[in-house]
Write a protein that binds this ligand. Structure first.
Ligand SMILES: NC(=O)c1ccc[n+]([C@@H]2O[C@H](COP(=O)([O-])OP(=O)(O)OC[C@H]3O[C@@H](n4cnc5c(N)ncnc54)[C@H](OP(=O)(O)O)[C@@H]3O)[C@@H](O)[C@H]2O)c1
Length: 240
């Protein structure tokens, strides 16, 4: 399969790149922004992995990626990259402009990239869209998460439209909503809070990117009958 993962240079995206590129039949494209050296290291020695520079805050680079997607003959798109940090301040102290900026940096690129991928999927009558959300959508969102959790809720809703509108073209759209993981995105979280999360966790351990990558790999390999799902990976801590 030909697979594009956004934000594959570190954290969860990198774990997904490794998990999927282990199958020799897969050709894995991934985007990066700041971690160019890290991306070079991922590609090194792997004949089936290609790194593409794309800054989601740069309209020109998104445009280049949209064009490139039409040449990839994609089977799978994994919307994983996130621009900015989840943790902000109280909602009433958040500048309304920052909601708009975050929407422009996170949602518009996903819309443009997914539109480009769907054009190809419709032609070949096959495609899989996998969107990385957050367990904060079902858990009580942590304080300061209003922008981040709202962006993820927007993507969840888009995914429902995609699964309904394109199911008849054999295109599925599913989501994966992981609990807290230790990555660059969470590096500003106080060590004491991390210890507290671990102590209160039913399994007494923090979820790893590799465990989430396994679930993404399952969705990549599974039936198109799985469409419109959101797999929450939170060890049953909150159940809707
Ligand atoms: N960590 C958690 O606790 C957690 C929990 C639930 C869900 N998630 C979700 O998991 C996904 C991956 O996050 P992560 O935890 O693996 O964080 P991460 O290690 O910081 O990875 C984020 C990825 O997004 C890319 N990115 C950041 N700014 C970008 C920009 N301006 N343009 C293009 N790409 C950009 C990064 O690329 P460069 O580094 O190369 O710039 C990186 O590959 C996100 O959607 C996040 O919301 C994370």
């Amino acid at each position: 399969m030909n697979i594009l993962i956004t934000g594959g240079s570190c954290g969860l995206g990198k774990a997904i790149v490794y998990a999927l590129s282990n199958s020799p039949g897969n050709k894995v494209f991934f985007t990066y922004n700041r971690h160019g050296d890290e991306s070079d290291a991922i590609v090194r020695g792997k004949h089936n992995v290609i790194a593409i520079k794309c800054d989601f805050t740069n309209a020109g680079e998104i445009c280049e990626l949209e064009k490139a997607i039409t040449t990839f003959d994609l089977d799978v798109l994994i919307n994983n990259a996130y621009v900015g940090l989840p943790q902000g301040t109280y909602f009433h102290k958040t500048n309304p402009e920052s909601f708009l900026k975050s929407f422009e940096n996170n949602i518009i690129p996903i819309i443009r990239i997914t539109q480009s991928a769907i054009l190809g999927f419709r032609t070949k009558k096959f495609g899989k869209i996998i969107n990385i959300l957050t367990a904060a959508l079902v858990n009580v969102p942590p304080m300061g998460y209003s922008t981040y959790a709202s962006n993820k809720a927007y993507i969840m809703q888009l995914s429902k439209s995609w699964s309904y509108e394109y199911g008849k073209y054999n295109i599925s759209s599913n989501c994966v909503s992981p609990d807290f993981m230790l990555t660059n995105l969470s590096e500003t979280v106080d060590k004491r809070i991390v210890e507290q999360l671990k102590a209160n966790h039913p399994l007494k351990k923090i979820l790893t990117p590799e465990e989430v990558a396994d679930v993404v790999a399952f969705l990549v390999g599974t039936s198109q009958h799985i469409n419109g799902a959101n797999i929450v990976i939170n060890a049953g801590q909150n159940i809707l």
